[in-house]
Design a binder for this molecule. Sequence first.
Ligand SMILES: *[C@@H]1O[C@H](CO)[C@@H](O)[C@H](O)[C@H]1NC(C)=O
Ligand SMILES: *[C@@H]1O[C@H](CO)[C@@H](O)[C@H](O)[C@H]1NC(C)=O
Ligand SMILES: *[C@@H]1O[C@H](CO)[C@@H](O)[C@H](O)[C@H]1NC(C)=O
Ligand SMILES: *[C@@H]1O[C@H](CO)[C@@H](O)[C@H](O)[C@H]1NC(C)=O
Length: 312
Amino acid sequence: MMSPTLYTAIWILCCLVPSRGGFFSNLPGFKKFKNCVNPSRECPNPNITFHLYTRITDDYVLNYSSTESLKQAPFITNASIKLLIHGYTGHKNYSPNTELRPEYLKYQDLNVISVDYKELVQPPCYVQAVYNVPLVGKCTNKFLQKLFRVREDLKLFHLHVIGFSLGAQVAGHVGRLMNSSIERVTGLDPASPMFSEFWFNNEVLDKSDAKFVDVLHTNIGLKGKISPLGHLDFYANNGCKQPGCTDTSCSHVRAVEYFAESINTKKPFMAVKCLSYVLYKLGWCKPSDTSPLIVFGEHVDKTRTSIENQRR
Ligand SMILES: *[C@@H]1O[C@H](CO)[C@@H](O)[C@H](O)[C@H]1NC(C)=O
Ligand SMILES: *[C@@H]1O[C@H](CO)[C@@H](O)[C@H](O)[C@H]1NC(C)=O
Ligand SMILES: *[C@@H]1O[C@H](CO)[C@@H](O)[C@H](O)[C@H]1NC(C)=O
Ligand SMILES: *[C@@H]1O[C@H](CO)[C@@H](O)[C@H](O)[C@H]1NC(C)=O
């Protein structure tokens, strides 16, 4: 297991020059404001809604208070279900929905469900948004339980939960509440502020949350978590600052953009196991028999979990 000190050292090495837009204090909403929505802890919650998209359905509202609504929902049966969870300041037509939904529907005749909890993550209420994460996880779990109970034609093993930023932390909660029965959870640059080892350690997405947890890091130490969280963690372009980006939001959302591109691309994104970007730059991390180049993104090789385990 790598120590937090080592992560910090790696972070200092690769993020020494903070990009414009910089550190936590600059993040919008790093203060608690009086007018932030502190919702009731009840599910169903009118401020947490679920929307189905397929090649022939655009935004069917899955009202899980109504068994009829779920029974009649125009799902593609026996097909993959991609559950997308936005983050802070997001909604159903915001990252990762806008990037991933069209790519998935182009890729296959499958079901995309977008979770929308816009009212609970309004700026400048980041702190309140973090407190709302467990509630969104709880209601999403209740929704899924009911959905799979009502619809026998939908299979839990087809479910893949994908969360961006704060949504990745929601995905962790969902996975935990589903007792790790979900096949795959993907965290796209999981949110870091207030999800440190010192704050809510138990609440952070980790590999116990699903059968397979893969994580793509693009803005470590700033908006995204630095430490490996899943069975397989990828640090794109050192995981810190992405090419062509001058602010942290740009690097952060690249996680979504790379993942979206990975769905249909003919040129897969490849990664090699390495202890740090510095060692990689020094040429110490060549692909080998024990540490081959592997694909990341949608078509990741799920049998490759040992790679991360060896590294840690
Ligand atoms: C939903 O959000 C609104 C703010 O837009 C808030 O006034 C209301 O209390 C919230 N309702 C629940 C049940 O959380
Ligand atoms: C959801 O279904 C319940 C029960 O049928 C109903 O009372 C409620 O108005 C519905 N909500 C929406 C947003 O349609
Ligand atoms: C469901 O899909 C699987 C592949 O994912 C296929 O093997 C199986 O035959 C399908 N079942 C039905 C009833 O279509
Ligand atoms: C998870 O386990 C708890 C405690 O054993 C149980 O109450 C709950 O129904 C389980 N949930 C699922 C999705 O299996």
